[in-house]
Design a protein around this ligand. Sequence first.
Ligand SMILES: Cc1cc2nc3c(=O)[nH]c(=O)nc-3n(C[C@H](O)[C@H](O)[C@H](O)COP(=O)(O)OP(=O)(O)OC[C@H]3O[C@@H](n4cnc5c(N)ncnc54)[C@H](O)[C@@H]3O)c2cc1C
Ligand SMILES: *[C@@H]1O[C@H](CO)[C@@H](O)[C@H](O)[C@H]1NC(C)=O
Ligand SMILES: *[C@@H]1O[C@H](CO)[C@@H](O)[C@H](O)[C@H]1NC(C)=O
Ligand SMILES: *[C@@H]1O[C@H](CO)[C@@H](O)[C@H](O)[C@H]1NC(C)=O
Ligand SMILES: *[C@@H]1O[C@H](CO)[C@@H](O)[C@H](O)[C@H]1NC(C)=O
Ligand SMILES: *[C@@H]1O[C@H](CO)[C@@H](O)[C@H](O)[C@H]1NC(C)=O
Length: 557
Amino acid sequence: MIGQIRASTRTIGRRFLSDASGAVKQRPKKHSKLGVLAGFVVGTAGGFYWALNSTLSNPPEFLFPLSSSTRLCDIPSPCYATKWDFELALEELRAHFPEDAISSSVTDIENHTTNNYTLHAPEPSQRPRVVVYPSSTDDVVKVMQIAHEYRVPVVPYGGGTSIEGQYVATRRGITLDLSRMNNVISYNKDDMDITVQAGVGWQDINELVGSDGLMLGPDPGPGATCAGMVACSCSGTNAHHYGTMKENVVNLKLVLPDGQVIKTRRRPKKSSNGYNLTGLLIGSEGTLGIVTEVTVKLHVKPKFETVAVVPFKSINDATVAVTKLIQEGIPLNAVELLDERMMKAINFSGQTSRKWDEQPTLFFKLGSGHKNILNEIVKSVKQVTKDTGGQSFQVARNEQECTELWSARKSIFWSSIDYGRSVISPDVKVWSTDVAVPMSNLSRMIEETVKDCDASGLYTTIVGHVGDGNFHCLLMYDSKDEKLAMDLADRMVTRSLKYDGTCSGEHGIGTSKRHHLVQELGEDTIDVMRKIKMAIDPLRIMNPDKIFKIDPNDRAK
Ligand SMILES: Cc1cc2nc3c(=O)[nH]c(=O)nc-3n(C[C@H](O)[C@H](O)[C@H](O)COP(=O)(O)OP(=O)(O)OC[C@H]3O[C@@H](n4cnc5c(N)ncnc54)[C@H](O)[C@@H]3O)c2cc1C
Ligand SMILES: *[C@@H]1O[C@H](CO)[C@@H](O)[C@H](O)[C@H]1NC(C)=O
Ligand SMILES: *[C@@H]1O[C@H](CO)[C@@H](O)[C@H](O)[C@H]1NC(C)=O
Ligand SMILES: *[C@@H]1O[C@H](CO)[C@@H](O)[C@H](O)[C@H]1NC(C)=O
Ligand SMILES: *[C@@H]1O[C@H](CO)[C@@H](O)[C@H](O)[C@H]1NC(C)=O
Ligand SMILES: *[C@@H]1O[C@H](CO)[C@@H](O)[C@H](O)[C@H]1NC(C)=O
């Protein structure tokens, strides 16, 4: 390819010269002095043109890299605003924004530094210098133009519920909190989609569309926002039936690192219109630009829905049951596995109004638009789980019982904390790791993990979105056991890769799983991601250091 370009520019250069000399030759002799002069001028211009062309076709590598991927060792460290530059940028921001849109108060900075759900706390210095609250896409454009001019790093922030260090301000700079962009732009009930600003929460959408019998698919942590969900490619208990963000986003409006605005696509259900930029942005964790508007699909809420609970003797029996149900094509709106320790924690904490068998247990959501069909589904699930070793089958008979049965699944986080605080230590923390493996390897993967947890001496509980081979291990630890917990989580990820799995089913990479992503995909694949990053954000100001390294001098994992 490069050879071809070079050859063709040389040919053009040569043709130019020969045409020029041909023209000179045809001139009458009496103009010979003029002819020589013209020949000289044309010849010089031609030579110049040739030199320019050969520079263009053979530019210095550092200006115009020729390779299809970008290795970390081939790029220099990024160069960000000095403290002085930052002050100038801040002055410009203050000139454009009202006072209440810019904050550097201690609590504001604190609130945007980290949350309490992660084991990977930022370094004490890794905190934003300033938090900016835009109210519109135009505001975001202004911030990015200023940030681009002064090379200030910008970290977008939605609901702050991500747990792998996704919004840590590793290079300080601006944290852009989009929570004030919380308007619905258009709700197309008949097309079953809705366009909202970045800061609208998934719970808000469900509240709005629920009365029309509609719902959003993905259901991550309470408080998460649409743009944060796009950025983390999140999902939740509904993913088995309704898909993850990857299957649910229709289009996005994006402010690029230099302040340009693009829309990735229009609204029809299908389109074969070139590169899938929507797909590229889902899971990009704020490293390519700032999402300001999101159009997502809505689903029909099942008119009739019920909850069933089935305890099993072993995790293997439970996963065999799920595999069989899936293979028989029985629709499950959600299927969640809680291990016996999780059931014990729930039982212990009293977060639910009833007590539970302390055995690995499957929680099902079953639904349909027709009552009779739902009854058939319930019957099939009952039969299959019985055949595969289900110890009992409880099904809710009304809405109140549905809520009661599902409340156990809902309480897992608080039940685990309660249990940990009472039994382990009052300052216990919970960190939820997240991996996914092919369904056929799930039970071996979980069983090995449980053995490893036992050996470590930490108390752990397991909750799995088993229909997708995805599960979390909640590690309970106090400060003296942090290293133990970290190592246990590391081994769990390594194990998932042995089973051809992924280091992140739904929580993303952030700063804390970068080394695992290298393990999973290899340097070459990451180098292509880095090439895309460098093409769109050559100054590396958008959420630096997330997903993969962008600085050869970055010494962290
Ligand atoms: C209790 C609890 C339960 C959870 N359960 C689940 C679960 O079941 N399933 C699941 O998938 N996740 C779960 N999560 C994780 C979390 O809720 C998701 O990752 C969610 O998508 C994060 O959204 P957020 O708005 O809080 O994003 P934030 O944490 O604010 O940000 C996350 C990332 O998105 C980027 N970002 C934010 N806004 C924008 C924007 N406008 N443009 C570009 N980038 C942006 C940020 O820079 C950051 O990199 C849980 C978390 C908690 C605390
Ligand atoms: C910081 O977060 C706390 C807890 O979420 C909240 O109550 C408080 O209002 C926040 N402070 C600011 C300045 O946003
Ligand atoms: C984290 O926990 C500490 C102590 O429990 C609390 O003071 C702080 O407000 C919490 N931070 C957030 C962001 O919730
Ligand atoms: C593009 O990617 C999105 C998100 O992953 C996906 O939902 C969609 O089906 C893909 N294709 C098109 C044509 O939009
Ligand atoms: C559930 O917890 C209660 C209270 O801790 C306990 O008495 C009971 O035995 C537990 N139930 C089962 C089935 O183990
Ligand atoms: C995972 O399951 C496949 C069958 O789907 C099997 O061939 C493979 O050996 C399993 N991996 C491990 C590490 O057991």
